[in-house]
Design a protein around this ligand. Structure first.
Ligand code: UDP
Ligand code: MG
Length: 316
């Protein structure tokens, strides 16, 4: 039977925490009752340096039932880091981890389906929103554009999936080989490979408290996504440089023609051509340097170059 851990990052969540914990406990007990998960499954709250009573509440819940555990970080490290801490701390204790936000905007009733897919042999099961009704028009529009851009930049990303997913212990073990510090988990998880599946659900509105992600945080996460998954923006510089340099050649031909037609001012031809030529060459040079920086960047991440799933040898 699957030993399931549920990892929940929390930052100043005193308003929702009790309610969420009870719903999660109810769900987990129901699953244990049905025999879908083992009775030593747990819910683990990761307190990301909250300044309110979050940790106190986690402590109380832990006293009430050993099914609830808590991890406290020394200070606020951000959602992605708190979640990673949960995944890495717990990966050796269970068969699979489901990660979910403390506000339970994601539907806990798809846990069963996630476990089913896991038992069918999927190592990663992504929770994907079917509708975005609970979002503002702006959030829907920007999210759609964003996924388009990311896909264009060559990142493998699951559309409309945030950080609600199940990962098997072995997928987590492979994931632990990714040592980068700039985290955009939803973009990195697909890199571990293995068989994966998606389950869809309708995302609800936050019941209590408010979103811990301001517009500024959202933009920061979006930029993080692009810059930690792709070095194509740098390559773009070289392309633009080349383009402008080509324009300068066209300008050269044009100005020569004008010159021989006698229709130019003195000095105009050389000036016009050099502006484009220098601009283009400079951008091109920056692009070349960027190309190397991109390589250095990828080297410093030291990502695993491959992950072995099975090795059929003749030991047995
Ligand atoms: N969170 C965190 N650290 C932070 C900010 C947020 O651990 O610095 C947690 C938060 O408690 C919640 C999850 O990350 O469980 C997602 O935050 P939120 O629901 O506010 O984001 P939204 O749903 O608005 O995108
Ligand atoms: Mg939320």
């Amino acid at each position: 039977m699957t030993k399931l851990y549920i990892a929940v990052p929390c930052y100043n969540e005193e308003e929702v925490l009790k309610d969420s914990a009870h719903k999660l406990l109810h769900k987990l007990n129901e699953m244990i009752g049905k025999g879908t998960v083992s009775d030593d499954s747990k819910i683990v709250f990761i307190d990301d340096g909250s300044k309110d009573r979050t940790w106190e509440i986690i402590g109380k819940l832990h006293d009430e039932t050993k099914m609830v555990q808590g991890i406290k970080l020394t200070g606020n490290c951000g959602h992605q880091n708190a979640l990673l801490c949960g995944l890495m701390t717990l990966k050796d204790k269970c068969d699979a981890i489901i990660s979910i936000d403390a506000d339970l905007q994601d539907d806990i009733d798809v846990f069963d389906e996630m476990i089913e897919k896991y038992e069918d042999g999927c190592d990663v099961v992504y929770g994907v929103r079917s509708k975005r009704d609970s979002d503002t028009f702006f959030k829907r529009f920007s999210a759609k554009m964003y996924y388009k851009i990311l896909n264009h930049l060559g990142a493998k990303i699951v559309v409309d999936h945030a950080d609600f997913r199940l990962m098997s212990a072995r997928a987590l073990e492979s994931f632990s080989q990714f040592k980068e510090v700039n985290l955009f988990l939803r973009g990195m998880v697909p890199m571990v490979g293995y068989k994966s599946a998606i389950v869809t659900y309708e995302r609800k509105e936050r019941l209590y408290g408010e979103s811990k992600y301001s517009l500024k945080d959202m933009i920061a996460l979006a930029v993080e996504g692009v810059t930690s998954l792709s070095i194509r923006p740098i390559k773009l510089i070289a392309k633009i440089g080349l383009l402008i340099f080509l324009v300068s050649i066209a300008m050269l031909i044009y100005t020569l023609v004008r010159y021989f037609m006698g229709a130019t001012e003195v000095g105009w031809a050389s000036l016009a051509v050099s502006i484009w030529a220098i601009g283009g060459l400079q951008l091109l040079a920056i692009g070349v340097i960027g190309e190397y920086i991109g390589k250095i960047y990828l080297e410093t991440k030291a990502r695993p170059r491959y992950i072995v799933e099975t090795y059929l040898d003749d030991d047995e």
